[in-house]
Design a protein around this ligand. Structure first.
Ligand SMILES: [Zn+2]
Length: 68
């Protein structure tokens, strides 16, 4: 594999990782209403406040069983 291809892959990976982190941090803002999460397809853990995908049955952060 030639060098420019590797650089493109590395940059794309870093950008993707940073974007994911920004999205996760924004979803984890405590000043957000817990009732607003259902409209985003997310639900907040009642134990730690972590935003989880609405289809999840347990919290990705602490393992608490999620309601609904
Ligand atoms: Zn949790």
């Amino acid at each position: 594999m030639d060098q420019p291809t590797l650089i493109v892959f590395a940059v794309a990976a870093v950008i993707g990782l940073l974007a994911s982190l920004v999205i996760l941090r924004r979803r984890d803002q405590p000043d957000e209403s817990p009732f607003a999460t259902s409209t985003e397809g997310m639900k907040r853990c009642p134990n730690c406040g972590m935003a989880n995908i609405v289809t999840d049955t347990t919290c990705a952060s602490c393992g608490q069983t999620l309601p609904g």
